[in-house]
Design a protein around this ligand. Structure first.
Ligand code: AMP
Ligand code: ZN
Ligand code: FE
Ligand code: FE
Length: 275
């Protein structure tokens, strides 16, 4: 029998992934995954729209990846098993959509100021859910200004580059609070990507429920540090591929995962208040 595996981190066309949620579910089932959480950036629109609990091929756990800032450093927070009709989660998503809209417009204005004119409508006309720098990067490729997403970030969109704008910041503390109010579990995403050790130390004192220790193709030697911290704090150890489809071809769906015990813990928690 194939062991139970669940990928708890991936993105769909509701944010910056290139596969629709339906395609993700099909692909996951084909790969033999038994559980999945689609964790789009700052939106739960897919879960609000679909009758997602009627999946036959696998168990789908509601998830979302929230953007936050800790002393001007970006931090991503995964939420799992929240109540879909939670007012606090909904309000946080609305605030992020507003934040993103204003920030994206400022980025387009910054590009305009250096002679690069992109049309807002060209970028957004077929989108649903959240959009941001990866979508602007695609448009820069389409219009021939750069040849890759990487180049778009290196030249224009990355932190500190000419068109960069940090956007309004939402704190980690208020994000965790909104997740808890919505009965979700708050998980610190890809902690190894956080640059400053002072930020890490600060975050480790916050009331997270879990930490993402298994991530894409992170080397096992790097996992150990985070696993030790999780054990010490008695936090849930999560994992996922951060699959984005064609946007980030190096990370395949299912390349990181959790086993049945962790998945059941989160899924049973969700069921205990939502089904
Ligand atoms: P945003 O949410 O608009 O700030 O965009 C952040 C997203 O852009 C991240 O979740 C990544 O998927 C992507 N991203 C950030 N930095 C890079 C980079 N250097 N190259 C490619 N994609 C990136
Ligand atoms: Zn992304
Ligand atoms: Fe992330
Ligand atoms: Fe992600």
């Amino acid at each position: 029998m194939i062991p139970f595996r669940a990928d708890l981190h991936c993105h769909s066309t509701f944010s910056d992934g290139t596969d629709s949620p339906e395609q993700l579910i099909l692909l996951a089932a084909e790969l033999g995954l038994r559980g999945l959480s689609i964790t789009d950036h700052d939106t739960i629109a897919f879960y609000e729209k679909e009758n997602f609990q009627r999946q036959k091929s696998l168990f789908l756990l509601p998830g979302v990846e929230f953007s936050a800032m800790s002393r001007r450093e970006p931090v991503h927070i995964l939420a799992y098993g929240f109540s879909i009709d939670s007012e606090s989660i909904k309000a946080l998503c609305v605030r992020h959509q507003q934040r993103r809209h204003e920030r994206n417009q400022r980025i387009l204005k910054n590009l305009h100021n250096i002679g690069i004119n992109l049309d807002l409508h060209d970028i957004t006309h077929s989108l649903q859910g959240s959009w941001g720098r990866p979508h602007i990067a695609h448009e820069l490729i389409k219009k021939g200004y750069v040849s890759s997403i990487q180049e778009a970030f290196e030249l224009y969109l990355g932190e500190g580059k000419t068109a960069y704008d940090p956007g309004e910041s939402v704190s980690v503390e208020e994000t965790i609070e909104a997740i808890h109010q919505g009965r979700g579990k708050a998980v610190l995403a890809h902690p190894h990507l956080i640059k400053r050790s002072t930020t890490i130390r600060f975050l480790l004192e916050l009331p997270f429920d879990g930490i993402e220790c298994y991530y894409a193709k992170m080397a096992p030697m790097h996992e150990k540090k985070w696993l030790d911290i999780a054990h010490k704090k008695n936090w849930i150890i999560t994992g996922g591929s951060d699959y984005h489809g064609k946007t980030k071809p190096y990370s395949e769906l299912g390349s990181s995962w959790v086993g049945q015990e962790t998945f059941d813990l989160l899924y049973n928690h969700f069921k205990s208040h939502s089904l």
